[in-house]
Design a protein around this ligand. Sequence first.
Ligand SMILES: [Zn+2]
Length: 384
Amino acid sequence: VHRLAYTDVEAEARRLLLDWAYARGYTAALDDIGNMFIRRPGGDAAAAPVLSGSHMDSQPKGGKYDGIYGVLAAFEVLEALDDAGIRTKRPIEVAVWAAEEGGSRYLQGCMGSQVYVDPGKLESMQRNVDAQGVSVADAVRAFRAKLPDLPKRALNAPVSHFIEGHIEQGPILQATGNTIGVVTGIQGARYFQVDVVGDAAHAGTTPPSQRKDAVKAAAAMITALHQMMQDDSDVVRFTIGHLDVTPNAMAVVPGQVGFTIDFRHPDEAFLTRMGDLFQAVCDEHAGPCSVKVTQVRRGALIKFEGLVPDTIHDASTRLGYRTMRIMSGAGHDARYLAGVCPTGMIFVPCDKGISHNEVEAATPADLAAGARVLAEVLVALAQS
Ligand SMILES: [Zn+2]
């Protein structure tokens, strides 16, 4: 699946879902950042809706389940409620959050859910541009033009609860033989940009004593950082996944290197302590170059507690599924919704924990189990 945020392919996917929604008589709306909502009315039209969903965009050459599973599971619940003749007090809405995988196009993830809960972020988000120079504002405008029948919906409209179904994207459920993961929270994360500056020079004429080789310095820093992050308990998540070399030419001593650090851990104190050492470690290995470590963003540890996870746990055990509580290693839209309403997530196993990869796989039985639990939870919450 190669369905990047706001592209024609994503619009086509949204269109297909809308066709199914209209056939059931549901209404739909689109907000200013491209989040889409499909609504099954409740008995109390004034009551805030229960939301459930995830995202339809994917990473480049991503998997078939990441995101879209949570959207289709929620939609399946709406249809099942119709078929079973169940009415709820609150409306239930399928939420399709925009640009959850926006990082692959705009170096920023969960764009839609972030703006939904904090409309003050809309303008700065709209100014982001992709590698082709297309701004988010222009991408959303073009996207809306492909879905012209959708009325506008206000950002930050009240939500009573949010539940996101998702594949685990990790190996724990499968390895422990569990079918349902009741997500207890999302681990904290710190994201850094490291800029190493040396001097570009001729590769054939410049003697070693006069070089300021930014790749040589960056390589030493990266090795040292990885050594520092070595973790026998297997909990630390430390990734240097993006490098820019300037001028990136074979016959030129590299003058500049930029690299990213993605650092996640369930213990906030550890994230603080270790992340605060990055500048010193890089300085120590910079040689004749200079280096600046900048924290781009920090995502706090989010805990899902109380009614929503407890309702998920009760429903899953009542249905007879092997159930465990589990911390999410990956970020999700639920991270942001947790700031405005009681929130929870349902994880189902994915094969070997592989995700953001074409081989991503999950079994029909596990996916159906997650949808059944979701149905129980949505009905319980929509009657409250
Ligand atoms: Zn996802």
